[in-house]
Design a protein around this ligand. Structure first.
Ligand code: GRF
Length: 224
């Protein structure tokens, strides 16, 4: 049975699109029961419409507390028959009440290698800091922002003076690959949370990475 997911967005929804594409390609065994946006004009809602997916704008500005807003989302998600929540560029912090409604079944993507550079400007903060490697992280959500146990991370090189605008697209390309992968692992029931560790059952060595034990940037020169 496909994983019944709700996808939360706040903006462009390119991560939502990557999930839709992998479902339509038959590699991701999930069914998007509902797309929720906390912003009325979010392009993510148009993407859902284009693919005939149920969608709903639930505006946080219509609620007097985070708890009330989260409760409205819980009701909509449950009514749609979803039991797993995918935060795909959703720019709100989730409360305990929301997490209790879907225990161990809320995941998020963040455009930096957590625990470095949490927050809303992950790409720009990493670029400004001058890191030489950055990337993205898919993790289970807990009450702290960008904090829960990590499922998968991917790294990309970062270059001086390119800023978040240069680094961001390189990270986003990888987000579109690791997020659907993490959801598929969830669908297959292969993820177990053990404290801060996430164990992946039957984890083989990825063929493309057999020789790449580390990403080093700038590249090492001969002899090292
Ligand atoms: C992504 O970089 C995501 O990691 C971050 O916000 C961006 C949203 O992109 N939280 P999109 O809406 O999926 O295109």
């Amino acid at each position: 049975m496909p994983l019944k997911i709700a996808v939360l967005v706040s903006g462009g929804g390119s991560n939502l699109q990557s999930i839709i594409d992998k479902i339509e390609a038959g590699v991701l065994d999930a069914e998007i029961r509902l797309v929720v946006s906390n912003k009325a004009g979010a392009f993510g809602l148009s993407r859902a419409e284009k693919h005939g997916i149920a969608r709903q704008a639930i505006l946080h500005t219509d609620y007097e507390s985070r708890e009330a807003f989260d409760l409205a989302m819980v009701e909509a998600i449950r009514a749609a028959g979803a039991d797993t929540v995918i935060m795909a560029g959703f720019m709100r912090i989730i409360t305990r009440g929301f997490l209790d409604a879907f225990p161990g079944r809320v995941i998020n993507i963040h455009p930096a290698l957590l625990p470095s550079f949490p927050g809303v400007h992950g790409q720009g903060d990493a670029a400004d800091y001058g890191v030489r490697i950055s990337g993205c992280t898919v993790h289970f959500v807990d009450e702290k922002m960008d904090h829960g146990p990590i499922i998968i991370q991917a790294a990309v090189p970062a270059y001086p003076d390119e800023g978040g605008d240069g680094l961001g697209p390189r990270i986003l390309e990888l987000e579109h690959r690791i997020f659907p992968q993490a959801i598929q692992w969830l669908a297959e029931g292969r993820l177990t949370i053990k404290g801060r560790q996430v164990l992946l059952a039957d984890c083989g060595k990825p063929v493309a990475m057999l020789d790449a034990v580390a990403l080093v940037n700038p590249p090492l020169e001969e002899g090292f």
